[in-house]
Design a protein around this ligand. Sequence first.
Ligand code: COA
Length: 90
Amino acid sequence: MLVVRAAGAIVGVAALESLGDGTIDLAEILVHPLAEHTGVGSLLVKAALQQARRMKAKRIMTHAQDASGRDFFIHRGFVAIDDRRLERKP
Ligand SMILES: CC(C)(COP(=O)(O)OP(=O)(O)OC[C@H]1O[C@@H](n2cnc3c(N)ncnc32)[C@H](O)[C@@H]1OP(=O)(O)O)[C@@H](O)C(=O)NCCC(=O)NCCS
């Protein structure tokens, strides 16, 4: 679990899970609505990629809830593998 705090409050969280085949699942990433578009989500993705590299993962995958979430991940190097799932190398 990755947590971003600002002024003592939690403004973003992300959950990473190893699927055991060299894949890390970035299962959830959620930023508080008041903290969106301030770089918190980017920070969480960066930390998730660092953790995946430390774990020597071959790929990191994630799931987009909607089109804007999908664009967010595509702008961060992920490639869509179907309507909802995306992946990239760490
Ligand atoms: C998708 C989500 C995680 C993005 O989080 P975020 O904190 O808004 O992400 P960022 O602020 O890092 O980036 C969002 C956009 O704001 C821009 N941005 C970042 N910092 C900025 C700043 N200081 N000023 C202006 N714009 C900024 C980024 O460039 C980015 O645009 P881009 O994708 O075109 O590059 C967030 O909107 C969210 O929690 N959504 C609901 C849950 C969800 O869909 N999760 C994903 C699937 S599990």
